[in-house]
Design a protein around this ligand. Structure first.
Ligand code: AMP
Ligand code: GLY
Length: 429
């Protein structure tokens, strides 16, 4: 089979490596892929938002199955376009991808169907939004409605900061047209959990849970990033909480989308916060998370392509979806200065025996040499029986990989290990 994967980051590399385990797969094309992915797939320089070019490529090259990984092409309707041209896809339609494409849509859906989430108000008028934050309880969370590279969320701890946040999004248009509408939310507290789930609109199968580390600096300091590391499973996500989420969040979301005539097929990402008043949805994404995928897929014991095709063909109930009970850790190696200004073009050295554990993101080939080309350069994943061993192995890998200006967090998994220790003490007591 000829497979096409749209996207070019660490998540896509993890998907490609997993798809290659299926013997039916003869060729994989990555659009655009990256210099590191080129070792595992044929990279074609067509951007993930070039919908017409991607579709033409797929048809001309007789692609049998396409996986659309990033949010932009999903929200723009690439899956609809490819399927119209007869190419079966993994990923939601444009109508369903709105669950990520519009935070206002997601909030209204949750309110209408009683799915637990933070209290909120929606504004398309800046003066009204400013008047509202003048009286809202602090801290208050201000979010741009549309896609903003995971950066359209501002947590304001003072009135002045809240007013600034509204102006930055609605007047300065820091996130472009994504800020025509804002969602202003109640601030929630508690451990965060990411849960990715396969769904075909009839069946919902959550994958192993994970924990992201979104801030740039150790101990969750510094700016928000696309994610600096992940561990799976997430120790806060107990079987009891998982059952509660299934009943109150996952299945109701699937049914709600069906009732709205927006059946969601693909990978639905639940960003959850475990508050003292129960689990609540912080955000939905219409796709695999990055870098959650880099710890979740290495724990998948069954075949990814078979599961994806079962989703497309609406027979997920029959699919074999099994996860190992081991732990996985992924440490992101970035360019110093990310997520702000950073230099690139430095050669990357990865020992041969480590390559199977590395997922490339910001890497390019330059005269046959692999060089840094982005903020997040690569992720190193390790799997072990225990989380602490997985972390140790991942960091051993990090110390063996070299490029100028490398930067990584040194505390990935620290909170998860502390949570494990707490649970063991509780269970022992
Ligand atoms: P999002 O892009 O919606 O995932 O938000 C980015 C991050 O902002 C989340 O991972 C949370 O850490 C934080 N956040 C978003 N909404 C809230 C909220 N209502 N209360 C507290 N933190 C939030
Ligand atoms: N890791 C969060 C995301 O993929 O949006």
């Amino acid at each position: 089979m000829k497979i096409l994967v749209v996207g070019g980051g660490g998540r896509e590399h993890a998907i490609i490596k997993k798809l290659k385990e299926n013997p039916k797969v003869s060729e994989i094309y990555a659009l655009p892929g990256n210099g590191g992915i080129a070792a595992d797939a044929q990279c074609v320089s067509i951007g993930a938002k070039e919908l017409d070019d991607i579709t033409t490529f797929a048809v001309k090259n007789g692609i049998d199955y396409a996986v659309v990984a990033p949010d932009d092409p999903l929200v723009l309707g690439l899956v609809d376009q490819l399927e119209y041209m007869g190419v079966p896809c993994f990923g939601p339609s444009r109508r369903a991808a709105i669950i990520e494409g519009s935070k206002a849509f997601a909030k209204e859906l949750m309110r209408k169907y009683g799915i637990p989430t933070a209290e909120y108000r929606i504004f398309d008028d800046m003066e009204a939004a400013l008047a509202y934050v003048d009286n809202a309880p602090l801290p208050v969370v201000v979010k741009a409605d549309g896609l903003a590279l995971g950066k359209g969320v501002i947590i304001a701890r003072s009135r002045a900061a809240a007013r600034d946040a509204v102006r930055t999004i609605m007047w300065d248009k820091m996130f472009g047209a994504s800020g025509d509408i804002v969602v202003i939310e109640e601030f929630l507290e508690g451990p965060e959990v990411s849960v990715l789930a396969f769904t075909d609109g009839k069946t919902m199968i959550p994958m192993v849970s994970s924990m992201d580390h979104k801030r740039a600096g150790d101990d969750d300091t510094g700016l928000n990033t696309g994610g600096m590391g992940t561990v799976a499973p997430n120790p806060y996500y107990t079987p009891e909480i998982a059952a509660e989420c299934m009943e109150k969040i996952f299945l109701p979301t699937m049914h709600a989308m069906n009732a709205e005539n927006r059946t969601f097929k693909g990978c639905l990402y639940f960003g959850l916060m475990l508050t003292p008043r129960g689990p609540k949805v912080i955000e939905y994404n219409c796709r695999f998370g990055d870098p959650e995928t880099q710890v979740v897929l290495p724990l998948l014991e069954s075949d990814l392509l078979d599961i994806m095709m079962a989703v497309t063909e609406e027979r997920l109930a029959e699919a074999d979806v099994r996860f190992s009970d081991k732990s996985a850790a992924c440490v992101i190696m970035a360019s110093r200065g990310y997520p702000e200004k950073y230099e690139k073009g430095y050669e990357i050295f990865v020992p041969e025996d480590l390559k199977k554990n590395v997922y490339f993101a910001g890497a390019a080939l330059n005269d046959g040499k692999l060089v840094t080309s982005g903020g997040r350069v690569l992720g190193v994943t390790a799997v072990a029986d225990k989380l602490e061993d997985a972390l140790e192995k991942a960091y051993e890998g990090v110390f063996c990989i070299d490029f100028d200006n490398k930067y990584f967090r040194r505390d990935i998994g620290k909170r998860a290990l502390a949570a494990h220790a707490e649970r063991q003490t509780e269970q022992g007591a």
